[in-house]
Design a protein around this ligand. Structure first.
Ligand code: SAM
Length: 217
């Protein structure tokens, strides 16, 4: 599905087709864990973020597990995905959820989302996009982070000389560093290994947008 979609010049069109096929019982969603990403939950618990009075956005939220976890910290949470079927399924899975699920495209976000979120969560989206449009997606992600806000990114990691035939396309350190453009500063960039995973290396990268007038740390 991905190969056909990319060859047709539509690198994101296959996500909806895949979720719709899964909904029809014809396939499984390969990244569906049925629970939040532990690379994300470990970070969130360690950083003990209290979200009351703050806004979070979960990018490419899929079936909603990460978004529900984020909302549990008290953030006013928006979660979006390019696939309307994924959003419909997330709403159905979590009736009465405090999360505002909506269909949207990271590559063309609503203007009112510009620098609007105290916490921006991206898990496995960039690695699911070829380049183009990955570079554009990197810039768009940073644009969602409010002054004083945080971006957390989870992705497969690789060395530049390591060939990958995606999706997914594991990210190089240079691609992670590129998230620091547009006024974001790196806080921690972890290169993690989990030998239980089919692809053991993962980036977990945290960036922040300094408050205006604050000294660089
Ligand atoms: C590999 S899945 C990861 C899903 C989820 N974040 C996770 O960690 O399990 C990539 C997700 O990003 C969504 N996606 C891809 N391109 C997108 C875009 N341009 N805007 C919003 N969502 C997008 C896909 O529909 C899919 O749900």
């Amino acid at each position: 599905m991905a190969a056909e979609s990319i060859a047709a010049g539509d690198p994101t069109g296959w996500f909806e087709r895949l979720y719709a096929a899964a909904e029809a019982g014809e396939t499984a969603v390969p990244w569906d864990r049925g629970e939040p990403s532990r690379f994300f939950t470990q970070w969130a618990v360690t950083r003990a973020r209290a979200g009351a009075g703050q806004r979070a956005v979960v990018v490419g939220c899929g079936l909603g597990d990460d978004a529900e976890f984020v909302a549990g910290f008290g953030f006013e949470t928006v979660a979006f995905d390019i696939s309307p079927t994924a959003i419909a399924t997330a709403r159905r899975r979590f009736p009465g959820s405090a999360v505002r699920y909506q269909t949207a495209d990271l590559l063309d976000p609503p203007p009112e989302w510009h620098q609007a979120y105290d916490l921006v969560v991206e898990s496995l989206i960039l690695q699911a996009l070829p380049d183009p449009p990955r570079r554009d997606a990197i810039a768009r992600l940073g644009g969602l982070v409010a002054p004083g806000g945080t971006l957390i990114v989870i992705a497969r990691a690789r060395e530049p000389e390591q060939a990958v035939h995606g999706p997914p396309w594991a990210l190089t350190r240079a691609e992670i560093d590129a998230l620091g453009g547009g006024g974001l500063e790196p806080v921690t960039i972890e290169d993690l290994t989990d030998s239980q995973m089919p692809w053991p290396r993962r980036w977990r990268a945290e960036f922040r947008r300094p408050l205006p007038g604050s000294a660089r740390t």
